[in-house]
Write a protein that binds this ligand. Structure first.
Ligand code: B1M
Length: 216
C-alpha cells in the first residue's frame, strides 16, 4: 500500500506533474506515512530517475525543470507536517542557510532547512544564488552560530570555500561554524576547504548541526 503511493510520487515527478504530486502527497499524509519517508522513498526516487535520464541524454532541461516543480509541489504539502512534528522543541541555535552564488538548486537546501527548523533550530533561509556578502551580513544581523551552504554543481562548490574565506577575513570564523552539503560535496572537499561539518542528507544535517552547537 505504502509502496503504491511511493511509486505514484516517484512517477508524478518523472511526469513533471505538480498537481499529481500534491494530490499523492496529501494521500500519503492521510495514510499516516511519515512525511520525510514519503520524500525519500517517493519524490527523491523520481527526481533521481530524471537526473539519471538527463545525464544519459534521455531527458532535457524542460523535463528537469518540470521534475523540480513537481517535487516542490509535493514537498510543500508535506512540509507543514514535518514542522508540526518538531514544534515542541526548544531553540537550539541560529542557522543562516543558503544555496551558494551561481547555483539555483533549492529543493535539497530547503529540505535541510525544514528538518533543522523541525529539530528546533531558528533557520534563516536566504534562498538560492546567494553571494557571500549577503550571507555574512545576515550572520551579523542575527548573530548566527552556524552557516549552512548547499551546492549542487561541481562548478559552484568553490563558492563554499569563498564564504569560509570571507568569514575569516571578517574575523568571524572563530564564532561561526560552517556546514556544507549538496550532491557533489565529499568529505575530502570538506577537509580541503576547512568546513566544520558535512552531511549527505537532511536527517544527517540535523545531527551535524547539533554537534556543532555542542548538543549530541
Ligand atoms: Co540541475 N543538475 N541543473 N536542475 N538538477 C543536477 C544537480 C545534475 C546532477 C543533473 C545531472 O546532470 N545528472 C547536474 C549537475 C552536474 C554537476 O555539476 N555535477 C545539473 C545541471 C548540470 C544543471 C544545469 C547546469 C542544467 C543546464 O542548465 N544545462 C542547471 C544549473 C542551473 C544553476 O544552478 N545555475 C540546472 C538546473 C536545474 C533546475 C532549475 C531545472 C532544477 C532545480 C529546480 C529547483 O531546485 N527548484 C534541477 C534539478 C531538479 C536537478 C536534479 C534532477 C535534482 C536535484 C534535486 O532537487 N534533488 C539533479 C540531479 C540529481 O540530484 N539527481 C540536478 C533532490 C534533493 C532532495 O536532493 O539537492 O541532493 P539534493 O539535496 C540532498 C543532499 O544533497 C543534502 O541533503 C538533501 C536532502 O537529502 N544536502 C545537504 C543538500 N544541501 C545540503 C546542505 C547541507 C547538508 C546536506 O548542509 C548545509
Amino acid at each position: 500500500m505504502n509502496q503504491d503511493l511511493f511509486n505514484q510520487m516517484s512517477q508524478s515527478v518523472v511526469d513533471g506533474d505538480p498537481k499529481a504530486a500534491a494530490i499523492v502527497a496529501q494521500a500519503a499524509l492521510d495514510a499516516g506515512i511519515d512525511p520525510l519517508e514519503a520524500i525519500t522513498q517517493g519524490f527523491v526516487v523520481g527526481v533521481d530517475r530524471v537526473g539519471a535520464a538527463f545525464t544519459n541524454g534521455d531527458a532535457f532541461l524542460p523535463e528537469l525543470v518540470m521534475a523540480g516543480e513537481a517535487m516542490k509541489a509535493g514537498v510543500a504539502v508535506l512540509e507543514p507536517e514535518m514542522h508540526r512534528r518538531g514544534t515542541e522543541r526548544k531553540t537550539l541555535g541560529r542557522v543562516v542557510l543558503a544555496t551558494v552564488e551561481g547555483d539555483i538548486h533549492e529543493i535539497g537546501k530547503s529540505l535541510v532547512g525544514t528538518m533543522l527548523a523541525a529539530a528546533g533550530f531558528d533557520v534563516f533561509d536566504l534562498g538560492v544564488n546567494v553571494p557571500a556578502d549577503k550571507i555574512l551580513s545576515k550572520v551579523r544581523e542575527v548573530s548566527a552560530s552556524i552557516i549552512g551552504l548547499s551546492a549542487l554543481l561541481t562548478t559552484t562548490m568553490g563558492r563554499q570555500r569563498e564564504v569560509i574565506e570571507a568569514l575569516e577575513k571578517a574575523g568571524l570564523r572563530p564564532v561561526v561554524k560552517v556546514m556544507v552539503g549538496g550532491a557533489p560535496v565529499t568529505r575530502d572537499w570538506v577537509t580541503q576547504i576547512s568546513a566544520d561539518g558535512y552531511s549527505e542528507d537532511a536527517i544527517g544535517a540535523v545531527a551535524v548541526a547539533k554537534q556543532l552547537v555542542g548538543i549530541s
